[in-house]
Design a protein around this ligand. Structure first.
Ligand SMILES: [Fe+2]
Ligand SMILES: [Fe+2]
Length: 244
C-alpha cells in the first residue's frame, strides 16, 4: 500500500498500487487537519465501501459502551442513512464526505477529556461512560438525510466545468438539538440529563437561544449540558477545518 501525501491542508492522497488482494481497493486519504487523518475505501468502480476507519471506530464505541435496550435498532437505522458519508456542514467545519462521523468522534474525544479535567479520574460518578457515549455519538444525528450534492458551473483555466457542492435539503425540518432528541428517543430511552445535553448542545448558536430562551437557567440546572456544548465547540474549531 502506498500513500501519495501532500503537505497541503485538505489534500487528497491516492493509493495507486495493486496489492494482489481479492478485494482490490483504491484508498483516498483526506488530510482534514494536521492531527486528524482518516481514510475512505473505494472499490475499483469508485463506489464507496462500507468499511472505513471512522465508521468502524464509531460502531465499536456503540458496541463497547452502550447496552441500552433498542440500540441495535438505532444502529440498523443509522446504517441505512447517509450518516457515515454525510458532511458535518455545507460550508463550515468538516464540510467533506464523512465529515459528520469525523466530527462526532472528535466531539466524543473532547467530551471525555473535559469530563476528566472537570471531575477527575472518577468522572463517571457524574456521568457514566454509556451516557457520555450516547450524548456524543448521537448529538448531531439530526443532520442525517439533510445534505445533498448539487453542481455549479465554474470557470477553471478558461474552461467551464461543473463542480459539486453541498446544499441543504432537510427531509425532517424539526430543528437541531431537539430533532436529535426526537430521533434517538424513537429507538432508545434517553435519561433527562442526556436529553438536555443533546437538546442544548448548540449553546448560544441555537436559534432558540437567539430568540430569547435562557441558557443561564439551562446550564445552571444541567452543568453537563454546558460541558458538552464546550466539547462540541472545541472539536469544531480546534480539531476540524473548512474545505474551500
Ligand atoms: Fe450540532
Ligand atoms: Fe456537533
Amino acid at each position: 500500500m502506498q500513500f501519495l501525501e501532500s503537505s497541503t491542508l485538505n489534500s487528497v492522497a491516492i493509493d495507486v498500487s495493486s496489492s494482489g488482494d481479492k478485494s482490490f481497493t483504491y484508498i483516498f486519504m483526506i488530510k482534514v487537519a494536521s492531527k486528524v487523518n482518516y481514510c475512505y475505501n473505494y472499490n475499483k468502480n469508485g463506489d464507496f465501501m462500507e468499511t472505513n476507519e471512522n465508521k468502524i471506530k464509531y460502531l465499536d464505541l456503540i458496541k463497547n459502551n452502550i447496552k441500552r435496550e433498542g440500540i441495535e435498532n438505532l444502529v440498523e437505522w443509522l446504517n441505512k442513512t447517509d450518516f457515515f458519508v454525510s458532511p458535518a456542514s455545507t460550508k463550515y467545519h468538516s464540510n467533506v464526505e464523512g465529515g459528520l462521523c469525523l466530527h462526532t468522534l472528535n466531539v466524543y474525544n473532547r467530551f471525555l477529556k473535559i469530563l476528566e479535567s472537570e471531575y477527575g479520574k472518577n468522572w463517571q460518578d457524574y456521568c457514566s461512560l454509556e451516557s457520555a457515549t450516547i450524548i456524543a455519538l448521537f448529538h448531531d444525528i439530526c443532520k442525517v438525510d439533510t445534505y445533498t450534492t448539487e453542481f455549479r458551473n465554474v470557470k477553471e483555466n478558461g474552461v467551464w466545468i461543473q463542480k459539486p457542492y453541498y446544499a441543504v435539503n432537510d427531509k425532517l425540518p424539526y430543528g437541531h438539538g431537539e430533532k436529535s432528541v426526537y430521533i434517538v428517543n424513537g429507538f432508545i430511552r434517553l435519561t433527562r440529563e442526556e436529553a438536555m445535553c443533546i437538546n442544548w448542545h448548540m449553546g448560544e448558536y441555537d436559534m432558540r437561544a437567539k430568540a430569547g430562551v435562557s441558557l443561564t437557567d439551562i446550564y445552571y440546572k444541567y452543568p453537563l449540558a454546558l460541558l458538552f456544548h464546550i466539547a462540541d465547540v472545541e472539536a469544531t474549531y480546534l480539531d476540524e477545518r473548512i474545505t474551500k
